[in-house]
Design a protein around this ligand. Structure first.
Ligand code: NAD
Length: 497
């Protein structure tokens, strides 16, 4: 397929990608543009996208509102078919989506970009499969009575995305919102707009004009305009807790529906039984995966606070350092690369500053001395850092670094480790490693997080509710229950026959 969204040009010109509003590819009404920088090639601009503002948001909301009545009126099997067709179309172009992801975000092709596209496809298929479940109930109220409920779409959903895995986060929101009968205005992050525009292009042939709209632009301008817009019935936001709190306030002030998927500083607890001689390598590999080192640690669910029982502390650190130290940092497009690049200079400098501060703390032990590395043509490359003997109250153990930086804290007593794990304003994910079922599940149940994995470190399970406790957010996605609660409202109808 030949895309309008392509970064290949005949000459050296940087291509301009328009945004998608009302079935048309349009530039910003005021004609302004923003550069999209490839993080793996220092300061190389690979495309320009419109710097959308409030007027562009108005136009997109108007298109979404006018498309909504006909979209919601369809039989659910028609929306189901559209989602299945979109999934097939993405699958046919999966490699090109993955390659674009690698260039747009710096996430490595093999370890991140391809799995991200697979999740996108899986979620379009999952929500197509449950399309008929957005349904109400009938009360057995006796003869002469018909008391029933309907799950009606909310209207227009404003979806605001972060840059760390744009397609996966789009996958959490768009298929669920659409299949429930809503129309959508999506705003990708400034640093990761390209794959979302490509998604709109691939999906467009299967959706009526205005059902899916993409507005690119700055968060404080276009994002703010979406959150405050009276024509947006629900804001579905994924991003930092700082911006998320503000979004919650603005949406709350006009009583708009809102779901907030925010940051994390997730604990990962290793019990001695998970680090026996025959298990230690597997557990370390799972801890590495859970820390999302292969996404440069740029994951809200990264298990970035590692608590290791003192009985196995030293051998476990040695095994983990050997495995993490062997990761290959390099060009996101290269097949052999395990870890790509940090998204931009600001984030790169912020991660470096956290590491510098962490290394200066009294009593810290530097187990893996990562930091700036410049393979290839420059770019924001950082190799992993592991700091041990950390105290749970240091800034590096409390704040979300959002980089390849793991802190390790020893523990002796289960009450002590659960207290430390829960001593956080975040509550998104957690990981428990133990061969003792009672110990593992008891710990999992006592952790204050929305998602706990036991003896595994992988990604979310399609079909299960995902979301945060505490300042990690409000609302659930990924599941039919989450989607019914998050993208519909209940109407009760009482009829005397
Ligand atoms: P961010 O909060 O800076 O930005 C997220 C989005 O919000 C972007 O599209 C941005 O343009 C927009 N935005 C910024 N200011 C806004 C405003 N005033 N009004 C409306 N929108 C605004 O986050 P980021 O740096 O893009 O992403 C990293 C953060 O996202 C991390 O904290 C990470 O933990 C979090 N995250 C959470 C999840 C989750 O599922 N819980 C998933 C991925 C990322």
């Amino acid at each position: 397929m030949k895309y309008q969204t392509t970064i290949e040009t005949a000459g050296t010109d940087v291509p301009d990608w328009n945004m998608f509003v009302g079935g048309e590819w349009v530039s910003a009404l005021d004609g302004t543009w923003a550069d999209v920088v490839c993080p793996s090639r220092d300061n190389s601009v690979i495309a320009r996208v419109p710097a959308g503002g409030p007027l562009d948001v108005d136009r997109a909301v108007a298109a979404a509102r006018s498309a909504q009545p006909a979209w919601r009126a369809l039989h659910f099997t028609v929306r189901q078919k559209a989602l299945l067709d979109i999934a097939d179309a993405i699958e046919a172009e999966a490699e090109s989506f993955a390659s674009l992801t690698a260039q747009d975000t710096g996430n490595a092709l093999r370890t991140q970009a391809r799995p991200e596209v697979n999740t996108l496809i899986a979620l379009f298929r999952y929500f197509a499969g449950v399309a008929g479940e957005f349904k109400g109930t009938v009360l057995p109220a006796g003869d002469g009575q018909l008391q029933y409920t309907r799950q009606e779409p909310l209207g227009v959903v404003g979806a605001i995305l972060p840059w760390n895995s744009p397609l996966m986060i789009a996958a959490m929101k768009l298929p669920a919102a659409l299949v429930a009968g809503n129309t959508v205005v999506v705003k990708p992050a400034e640093d990761g707009p390209l794959t979302v525009l490509r998604l709109a292009e691939v999906a467009a042939p299967f959706l009526p004009a205005g059902v899916l709209n993409v507005v690119t632009g700055d968060g404080a301008i276009a994002g703010e305009a979406i959150v405050g817009h009276p024509g947006i019935d629900k804001v579905s936001f994924t991003g930092s807790s700082k911006v998320g709190k503000h979004v919650g306030e603005v949406a709350g002030a006009r009583l708009a529906h809102a779901s907030l998927e925010l940051g994390g500083k997730s604990p990962c607890i290793v019990f001695p039984s998970a680090a026996t001689e025959d298990r230690i390598a597997e557990t370390a590999a799972g801890v590495l995966l859970g820390m999302r080192f292969t996404r440069q640690g740029q994951s809200c669910t990264a298990g970035s606070r590692l608590f290791v029982h003192r009985d196995v502390y030293e051998p476990f650190l040695a095994e983990l350092a050997a495995q993490v130290g062997a990761l290959k940092v390099g060009d996101p497009l290269a097949e052999e690369t395990d870890m790509g690049t940090i998204i931009n200079r600001k984030q790169y400098e912020s991660v470096c500053a956290y590491v510098d501060e962490g290394k200066k703390q009294d009593g810290v032990r530097i187990v893996l001395d990562g930091g700036p590395t410049q393979p290839g043509e420059g770019g924001y490359y950082l190799s992993p850092t592991i700091l041990a003997d950390v105290s749970n109250d240091w800034r590096i153990a409390r704040e979300e670094v959002f980089g390849p930086v793991l802190v390790v804290i020893p523990w002796d007593d289960v009450e002590e480790v659960i207290a430390m794990a829960n001593d956080s304003h975040y509550g998104l994910a957690a990981f428990v490693w133990s061969q003792n079922l009672t110990e593992a599940l008891d710990t999992a149940h006592r952790i204050e997080s929305g998602w706990v994995q036991v003896n595994q470190g992988g990604g979310q399970m399609v079909g299960q509710s995902y979301g945060g406790y505490k300042e990690s957010g409000i609302g659930r996605e990924f599941s039919i229950e989450g989607a019914v609660a998050g993208f519909t409202q209940t109407k009760q109808i009482n009829v005397r026959l």
